[in-house]
Design a protein around this ligand. Structure first.
Ligand code: G3P
Ligand code: MG
Length: 251
């Protein structure tokens, strides 16, 4: 399984420090760093004009003061949105981040990113990968990037573009089924990312014995999560990862 060796942190801030700042924004990444996190998980999608931006939902209603589909916006319109006020007055005026400016910030802060290629319904996975991946690979070194997706089409495209060795890919699962290998082997995955609530100990063992790292999303209760560390889980993706700091297994 060729892949770069990644000094992955055990604690990864989901959408930035999304418990304390508006998700997927620059301020959420700065807050993660300030809280002591060296890795963040972020979602990337394309605007209608092809600009890659850091955003989770298919529409802009939940996390901005606008309405409508992300895929219908151009950059100028997207930049006029307030992407922070919905979270709290202190964040009013925060703007939707482009992938480009987010990568610059991550590099400046020397942070690692688990970038999720978010292929919402009706969106083109190839266009997303072809636009976003070169930016990621040009800006961040291999040891500070892990690209993941629920979309096998996106993952396959990423592997084709990146070649066999220079990019760590993570396969996202809601449930790790019996046939999990059929999604990991074709893309020479580095890691398996699973919903922690649906995870079974036997599957964890299979995944780890096959040589993959196992990451869990999105856990916020360190006590309930605790047995998974003993199973061999590598990292937790959490809205408030520092809650887990006192619960980590000895290394
Ligand atoms: O990458 C892990 C997690 O972010 C996947 O779910 O919906 O939060 O992007 P979601
Ligand atoms: Mg995500």
């Amino acid at each position: 399984m060729p892949h770069p060796d990644i000094p992955l942190s055990r604690l990864i801030a989901h959408r930035g420090l999304s418990a304390r700042a508006p998700e997927n924004t620059l301020i959420a990444v700065r807050e993660a760093k300030q809280a002591g996190c060296d890795w963040v998980e972020l979602d990337v999608q394309l605007l209608g004009d092809g600009t890659p931006v850091i955003w989770h939902d298919a529409n802009i209603r939940r996390c901005s003061d606008g309405r409508g589909r992300l895929g219908d916006l151009d950059l100028a319109t997207a930049r006029r949105l307030d992407a922070g006020g919905w979270f709290g007055d202190a964040f009013r005026g925060e703007r939707m981040a482009t992938l480009e400016e987010m990568l610059v910030l991550l590099d400046e802060l020397k942070m690692g990113v688990n970038l999720e290629l978010k292929v919402n319904r009706g969106r083109d996975p190839h266009a997303l990968v072809d636009t976003a991946l070169p930016e990621v690979m040009e800006t961040l070194p291999p040891a500070r990037r892990l690209v993941s997706s629920f979309s096998d089409t996106a993952l396959a495209r990423a592997r084709t573009l990146a070649g066999p060795e220079s990019l760590a890919l993570g396969v996202l699962f809601e449930t790790i089924g019996r046939d999990w290998r059929s999604r990991c082997e074709p893309v020479q995955a580095y890691s398996v990312h699973a919903d922690w609530r649906r995870l079974k100990k036997t599957r964890v063992r299979e995944v780890i014995e096959a040589g993959y790292r196992l990451l869990c999303y999105t856990a916020n209760d360190p006590t309930a999560f605790a047995p998974r560390w003993q199973w061999g889980v590598e990292a937790v993706i959490s809205d408030d990862p520092m809650r887990f700091a006192g619960h980590l297994p000895a290394t």
